[in-house]
Design a protein around this ligand. Structure first.
Ligand SMILES: [Zn+2]
Length: 321
């Protein structure tokens, strides 16, 4: 199924796959590795970390495909810029990104900075690992391999099955899996599905990008907040980088939401007036999108910890019993 995913992302025999998903017990690394080999692709087993060396290897081997988390793709772009290497000029053509929720805005950013086409791959260890679904060249939903998995979207509160196009919790029933049967397994991932035939001609159901998880949804003063909503707003400001940290505290009975946002080195200035104006604009935009007030702190370039795997973007200090 991963070989199928790679094909949908434009991979062909003879490609060179730079696989920066973690190797080990995480299913991403070895999953992409074996899927690539099955397809006849040369796989570079990079795993995560050692980012400068990754860029040198991508240059030396002329990697044509990249697989990693979306946040690590941006980290690669950032380190390449520091090394004064134009990563967009490398032969990289397709990126197969997944293992954390991401947004269309982030896709645009990755495609521009790395000079490749960014495809979503979806999977979860409990079901099979990566390759449950993948986008095709039209990037309009990930094709679910429904010869193996029956998808449904349900209302997470009532369990009621929702119609196509409506967002809810994704549920899978595995029809070919052995040893560990899963029937109507709740993934906690939030998305919608469609059964319309895709422009590419494939007839499999397609799922939208996962916008969050039922369990990373923050409830702040009764309002549901997904980190992906905050990310989408931040990516609309060219003055800041898509590196951020959300923190939730409770003062008495009141929840307080704060967001640390990193300023882009290109716009970093010591002028307090300029920064204050930017901080206010970001705060106003977040407030209008989320429907609640929050505190924005601007951080110096490169001061927020980078991830080499799944990004940790929420610190919830509330003690809820
Ligand atoms: Zn398609």
């Amino acid at each position: 199924m991963i070989a199928r995913s790679l094909c949908q992302a434009g991979a062909v025999r003879g490609d060179i796959l730079h696989n920066a998903y973690g190797y080990g017990m995480f299913t991403g690394g070895l999953g992409l590795h074996y899927g690539g080999e099955l397809l006849g692709v040369a796989v570079l087993p990079m795993s995560g970390g050692n980012t400068k060396r990754q860029i040198m290897m991508a240059q030396d081997f002329g990697s044509t495909l990249l697989s990693c988390t979306p946040s690590y793709a941006l980290r690669l772009a950032e380190v390449a810029e520091e090394m004064e290497i134009d990563i967009a000029s490398l032969p990289l053509r397709s990126g197969i990104f997944g293992a954390e929720p991401w947004t269309e805005e982030m896709r645009t950013e990755i495609e521009q900075r790395l000079g490749l086409k960014a495809y979503n791959i979806y999977g979860l260890s409990e079901v099979i690992g990566p390759g449950v679904s993948n986008e095709c060249e039209y990037q309009n939903g990930s094709h679910i391999n429904d010869d193996h998995f029956i998808p449904e979207v349900i209302d997470p509160d009532t369990g009621e099955v929702l119609p196509d196009g409506q967002e809810g919790e994704l549920v899978f029933t595995c029809i070919t899996k052995e040893c560990l049967p899963l029937i109507r397994y709740r993934t906690s991932d939030i998305c919608s599905i469609t059964h319309e035939v895709c422009e590419c001609g494939r007839t499999t159901p397609r799922m939208s990008l996962v916008t969050g998880r039922t369990d990373d949804m923050l409830i702040i003063r009764g309002i549901n907040v997904f980190p992906s909503q905050i990310e989408a707003v931040l990516l609309g400001f060219e003055e800041v980088e898509p590196h951020y940290l959300i923190e939730v505290d409770r003062e008495g009975t009141l929840d307080r939401l704060s967001v640390q946002v990193e300023i882009s080195p290109r716009f970093f200035t010591d002028r307090v007036g300029g920064l204050e104006d930017l901080r206010k604009r970001i705060g106003d935009e977040l407030e209008s999108v989320l429907g609640l007030s929050l505190e924005v702190t601007l951080m110096e370039p490169k001061s927020i910890a980078r991830s080499e795997g799944k990004a940790k973007r929420v610190i919830d200090n509330r003690e809820l019993n």
